[in-house]
Design a protein around this ligand. Structure first.
Ligand code: GDP
Ligand code: MG
Length: 435
């Protein structure tokens, strides 16, 4: 999905000002990408309609960076589609909090019951796992093994009525100070009435605070159908989307919320106890769009740096014809993107490193002033700048002759480096790759 979307955006970015038909074309590609990623048909259709409506508005078309604006709208709408904010577990005002896990067989109920228990334990709670899958003796053993890995007690009473087991667990938990009970219920290969009736009966008798549906993200559209069926029959409070570490196309994450109206609360990406994360729609959206902040930074740079100008510059670099005019042009380009520190700090990991660094944008402005005080001839042929010219340039720009000397020296060094680089590259702009 990420690849397909970035493809669609790349085409948009190669345009300057966007027309309505550019946006529509890109949105056709976005819609196809969503469908291919197993996003529900109606969800994809509504999504694209919303983004198109916002994108063809005058605000975007007339902005300096229309393609960047469209990507931003897609990001915002993806986030909204997944519910906007992270939704936390609803804790009981009076313990114990009862969390019922449900879902089809193999979706990851037992594994995620243990992962959740481990998470709560690390948060300082005293969770207990309750074995309610009474149809397969191996299910109890499996929960005990997982409970041991999580360092959390497992309550079991063999293969008796699950409601009786849960009542027993509540009494036991009260005596032992367990504030969260996680119920690992049975699943079936398919949704059937018997399973639903059992879950409904548990719900009615126990009144869990949370009914979390565990769905396997690798099943794509099916995951969404399962979520809808469980929600219609049982009324769930949230979803845990599992197996996101596998070869999933990500579509389930996008549709579940839109189709059921229920939030994804956690995502599971691995078989280990620690492989559980709270679900953050904005982060998921960045993940789907591929590269998060880096993407927006590149957008920014590319939209400000005119392609034609860049090609011209590369050619001049290669031919070692770089002069002060090019340098001035480059600096003005960079300055257009805003304060350098702000620009650099949108790179991942840079913010911390830059905290105490003082980047002086005025330095760049001073250099620009010196170059602007040169005649066109001096700019394109720096070798003619003799001492008397230097004095004139310094006076004109309000700088000292030393400043002019330093700039010329820096320029000569830069030119030397460019010469080497120019010989190596073929003038092609190097592509950056992100994981
Ligand atoms: P249940 O039948 O719903 O209780 O499902 P289980 O918890 O027994 O999980 C079924 C299988 O899926 C097991 O082999 C788990 O190890 C595996 N599994 C569960 N969650 C994940 C996950 O997030 N990623 C991967 N790769 N495997 C998982
Ligand atoms: Mg199980």
């Amino acid at each position: 999905l990420a690849d397909k979307l970035s493809e669609a955006f790349k085409r948009l970015r190669s345009k300057g000002k966007l027309t309505e038909s550019d946006v529509k074309q890109a949105m056709r590609e976005v819609r196809l990408a969503l469908l291919e990623a197993d996003v529900n048909y109606k969800v994809a259709k509504d999504f694209v309609a919303k983004v198109t409506e916002r994108s063809v508005g005058s605000e975007v078309m007339e902005s300096l960076t229309p393609a960047q604006q469209v990507v931003k709208i897609v990001d915002e709408e993806l986030t909204a589609l997944m519910g906007g904010e992270n939704t936390r577990i609803d804790m009981a005002s009076k313990p114990p909090t009862i969390i019922m896990m449900c879902g089809l067989q193999g979706s990851g109920k037992t594994t995620h019951a243990a992962k959740l228990a481990s998470l709560f334990k690390r948060q300082g709670h005293r969770p207990m796992l309750v074995a309610c899958d009474i149809y397969r003796p191996a299910a109890i053993t499996q929960l005990q093994v997982m409970g041991e890995k999580a360092g959390v007690p497992v309550f079991e009473m063999g293969q008796i009525d699950p409601v009786k087991i849960i009542k027993g667990a509540m009494r036991f938990g009260k005596d032992h100070g367990n504030d969260i009970l996680i119920l690992d219920t049975a699943g079936r290969l398919h949704i059937d009435e018997e399973l639903m009736n059992e879950l409904k009966r548990i719900k009615a008798d126990v009144e869990p605070n949370e009914i979390l549906l565990v769905v396997d993200a690798m099943t794509g559209q099916d995951a969404v159908n399962v979520a809808k069926a469980f929600d219609d029959a049982l009324g769930i409070t949230g979803v845990i989307l599992t197996k996101l570490d596998g070869d999933t196309r990500g579509g389930a994450a996008l549709s579940v919320r839109a189709v059921t109206g229920k939030p994804i609360k956690f995502i599971g990406a691995g078989e280990k106890i620690g492989d559980l994360e709270p679900f953050h729609p904005a982060r998921m959206s960045s993940r789907i769009l591929g590269m998060g902040d880096v993407l927006s930074l590149i957008e920014k740079a590319e939209s400000q740096m005119d392609e034609k100008q860049a090609r011209k510059l590369a050619k001049r670099m290669q031919e070692n014809k770089l002069d002060f005019n090019d340098m001035l042009e480059q600096m003005l380009q960079v300055r257009k993107m805003g304060p350098l520190k702000q620009l650099l700090s949108s790179l991942p990991g840079m913010e911390k490193q830059l905290r105490d660094v003082d980047i002086d944008d005025r330095q760049m402005d001073r250099v620009a002033a010196i170059i602007q005080s040169m005649t066109m001839e001096e700019r394109s042929n720096p070798d003619i700048i003799n001492p008397s010219r230097k004095r004139r340039i310094a006076a004109g720009s309000g700088m000292k002759v030393e400043d002019v000397n330093r700039l010329i020296k820096q320029f000569e060094q830069a030119r030397k480096v460019m010469k080497q680089v120019g010989r190596g590259g073929k003038g092609k702009r190097r592509r950056m790759n992100f994981p």
